[in-house]
Design a protein around this ligand. Structure first.
Ligand SMILES: Nc1ncnc2c1ncn2[C@@H]1O[C@H](COP(=O)(O)OP(=O)(O)O)[C@@H](O)[C@H]1O
Ligand SMILES: Cc1ncc(C[n+]2csc(CCOP(=O)(O)OP(=O)(O)O)c2C)c(N)n1
Ligand SMILES: [Mg+2]
Ligand SMILES: [Mg+2]
Ligand SMILES: [Mg+2]
Length: 322
């Protein structure tokens, strides 16, 4: 864990207790206007201006999604919110409310959980949503479960299933940076901070989701597992084939440098690295692809995902238990 050394025994969540901890993590938080009734009662009340509620949940587990010696509590909190808001954005929606479940051992320093919650609030504020409730429980390792609520602002949801033959595939956001950071940390290094920071807490382009929806995106997905793995979900749901043209995929010079230092393959990080939470979407009219998005491929009749017309020879992304 990245905390200053001190001889003072640190106050643990066991010392503070369940309700003491809840008081600490909920006190003094300013809720946005969509929070009609915040934390403290049996449930919260969140406005749903559109009349429909978009909802999603992602769980983060210590050792699987983050390590406390690789990230600060603030980074972990920010990431837990970011991955969930990104799924809301991928539907073309804006986040309204967030619910946060935290499980941790009784020996966890209270300031670790407070730091996490502070990171969660930072990212929630960046996204324009409030943390309206949650839960704290005892467990043998840290587990964070976030549920996000979102609003479609009158638009149709953009699913994984609407891509059409002839569409172009475009992405908004970084690719391969988090995978590069993970590789760096995995080799015992702490720099360069550009890639390590991207691993510690991604900065998904939330407004690009609603922007793509407004521009007429036919399908959209949040890239959590890897570009090729996630495009395969679009291909399956839409019953189409997707080809990625590598000449159009930017491999940032910084990734090339890091890869060459580690003897790794930057292009592989870009094609299969997860957790940057860029968005991928398809558009029938190439002229409608919004500013900030890069066209990287095409949709055809058929099935599956190819790279420059050929099957990719390595695993296309992250899969739990594989
Ligand atoms: N335990 C579960 N019960 C019901 N639905 C689930 C469960 N786990 C995953 N899903 C659903 O399966 C889909 C794919 O899950 P996942 O790959 O985690 O999506 P994402 O990459 O968007 O987070 C999502 O719609 C998710 O809600
Ligand atoms: C310590 C550590 N090891 C490995 C990884 C890499 N990793 C863990 S989960 C994951 C994929 C995304 O997580 P997932 O739970 O599948 O999110 P979802 O697809 O449901 O959004 C990746 C690339 C990591 N983030 N941290
Ligand atoms: Mg998920
Ligand atoms: Mg997700
Ligand atoms: Mg996944």
């Amino acid at each position: 864990m990245v905390v200053p050394e001190s001889d003072e025994p640190r106050e643990t969540v066991g010392d503070v207790g369940e309700f003491g901890l809840i008081r600490r993590v909920t006190a003094g938080r300013r809720q946005p206007a969509t929070t009609l009734l915040g934390p403290g009662d049996d449930a919260a009340v969140v406005a749903a201006p559109d009349g429909r509620v978009v909802t999603t949940t992602d769980v983060l587990v210590e050792g699987v999604h983050f390590r406390m010696d690789w990230s600060t509590p603030e980074h972990v909190g920010r990431k837990a919110i970011a991955v969930n808001v990104s799924d809301i954005a991928a539907m073309g929606a804006v986040p309204t409310g967030l619910l946060v479940g935290v499980a941790c051992p009784r020996t966890t320093p209270a300031e670790v959980i407070e730091g996490m919650v502070s990171g969660m609030w930072q990212e929630a504020a960046r996204a324009g949503a409030g943390i309206v409730g949650g839960d704290v429980v005892a467990a043998e390792q840290i587990v964070i479960s976030v549920t996000a609520l979102g609003d479609l602002e009158g638009r149709a949801p953009i699913t994984r299933g609407g891509a059409l033959p002839g569409d172009v595939v475009a992405v908004c956001g970084r690719l391969g940076w988090s995978a590069a950071g993970l590789a760096v940390l995995g080799r015992g290094f702490r720099s360069p901070v550009s890639v390590v920071g991207a691993y510690r807490s991604p900065e998904p382009p939330y407004p690009a989701g609603p922007q793509a929806a407004q521009a007429g995106a036919t399908s959209m997905i949040d890239l959590s597992d890897g570009l090729l793995a996630d495009l395969a979900h679009v291909a399956t749901a839409s019953s189409v084939a997707i080809d990625v043209q590598t000449s159009q995929v930017l491999v940032h010079q910084r990734l090339v440098e890091v890869a060459s230092a580690l003897g790794a393959d930057a292009r592989h990080w870009v094609l299969t690295g997860g957790e940057d939470h860029a968005l991928a979407a398809t558009f029938s009219d190439p002229a409608a692809v919004p500013q900030g998005w890069a066209v990287i491929g095409t949709v055809r009749r058929g099935g599956g995902v190819t790279v420059d017309g050929r099957e990719y020879e390595k695993p296309p992304g992250w899969q739990h238990w594989r």
